[in-house]
Design a protein around this ligand. Structure first.
Ligand code: ATP
Length: 364
């Protein structure tokens, strides 16, 4: 029998991470009751900048073990601008989690939500629906903690592109595009690189082209990062799945978030072969913490991604169904209620949006 009870490590973290996480836990509980056939053991795990101030550790060894032992990790946001390590860098255990749990694929869906204002005048903005798959173990971020400095004169960071990491991210992106094709999307995969300037990126493109031959059922194309930046603003509805280097993915996913209303609408998943972490794309937003203005949408959509991943991984149809119910409920909320989050100049805060999504789920 497939597994139906899941242990979730809940790392709420700092700032609005705590607020949107509370919303997600409430909604997942409602969902589990409404859809039925599944259960969750939510294990709170302490970590982040506040934890660092209180204990001297951003994530304790026990916290690591809890995260590693869980079926999935639900993550709010970590880091506060005035809490830093002695070398001046920010507390970002999410980067360590990615490295230590080998969460190599950053999955960032960008899908417009009906009923919300768009920054684009074109009516086709309602059709935006693409997913960015970001390589998360190398690229230019490989230099994190490894950069070279020659006194006060020169600083160097190195881009690393390896065959195994590139093959596995391209394969992951192809699987993503095929899954979407099965759900009616066009089955198109776009590599974004800078192969005209950098040897590392030309190598990435070579591997992409090799792997593309194995999947003739997908339309594979490659484009330069500058062209992609233009294309994502000019005709974002043309993209299906984008696969790209670490830093390019970081930047393009913020453009993606802007296209659908802002950081509060952009969910994400960090996926490896053995572990997965689900978190909104936004950070701890200390400017609005404690005001009740945080938009929980991105966190709720991230929770839906978690349910989808758990359902597929464990072959548990009810959990997959719960993922669809949650995503549909979030997507239906704005058009049905006319709520406009503070983030878009409206008056709807965390509590009101959470309540409205729960009503969509239960039909009450
Ligand atoms: P990080 O560096 O961790 O990404 P940051 O503070 O630079 O953190 P975010 O926390 O992502 O960036 O937020 C940038 C701004 O966007 C915030 O200051 C906040 O005003 C707004 N914002 C982010 N997330 C939300 C949200 N869920 N709801 C409303 N506004 C948000």
């Amino acid at each position: 029998m497939s597994k139906s009870r899941f242990r979730i490590a809940v790392l709420a973290g700092d700032g609005i991470g705590v607020e949107v996480m509370a919303a997600a836990l409430e909604v997942v509980e409602t969902l589990a009751e409404h859809v039925g056939g599944m259960g969750f053991d939510m294990l709170p795990v302490v970590g982040g900048a506040r934890a660092y101030t209180e204990t001297g550790q951003a994530l304790s060894e026990t916290a690591w073990e809890d995260a590693e032992a869980a079926d999935a990790i639900l993550f709010g946001a970590m880091g506060l601008p005035d809490v830093r390590y002695p070398d001046g860098t920010e507390i970002q255990p999410q980067l360590d989690l990615r490295a230590r749990l080998d969460l190599y694929a950053g999955v960032r869906p960008v899908r417009s939500i009906p009923g919300l204002p768009s920054p684009l005048a074109d009516v086709r903005a309602a059709d935006i629906d693409f997913t960015i798959v970001r390589e998360q173990t190398e690229g230019i971020f490989w230099s994190y903690g490894r950069g070279k400095r020659e006194g006060n004169q020169v600083a160097e960071d190195t881009i690393r592109v390896s065959r195994p990491a590139t093959e596995r991210i391209v394969d992951f992106a192809q699987a993503t595009a095929l899954k979407r094709k099965g759900a009616g999307r066009p089955g198109k995969l776009t590599l974004v690189d800078k192969a005209n300037v950098l040897g590392s990126m030309a190598f990435m493109r070579q591997i992409f082209e090799e792997r593309s031959k194995r999947k003739p059922e997908l339309r594979s194309e490659a484009t330069y990062i500058d062209a992609a930046a233009l294309g994502l603003v000019k005709k974002p509805w043309d993209y299906d799945v984008i696969v790209t280097e670490n830093q390019f993915g970081d930047i393009l996913s913020d453009i993606g978030a802007a296209l659908i209303g802002g950081m509060g609408f952009a969910p994400s998943a960090d996926i490896g072969d053995d572990h997965a972490l689900f978190q909104p794309c936004h950070g701890s937003a200390p400017d609005i913490m404690g005001t009740g203005k945080a938009n929980p949408t991105a966190m709720l959509l991230s929770a839906a991604m978690m349910l989808d991943w758990l359902g597929e991984r464990h072959g548990h149809a009810k959990t997959s169904e719960a993922a669809r119910v949650l995503e549909d409920a979030v997507r239906a909320t704005y058009a049905a209620t006319g709520l406009v989050p503070f983030e878009l100049g409206g008056r709807a805060g965390t509590a009101e949006i959470t309540k409205a999504v729960k009503q969509q789920i239960t039909g009450r």
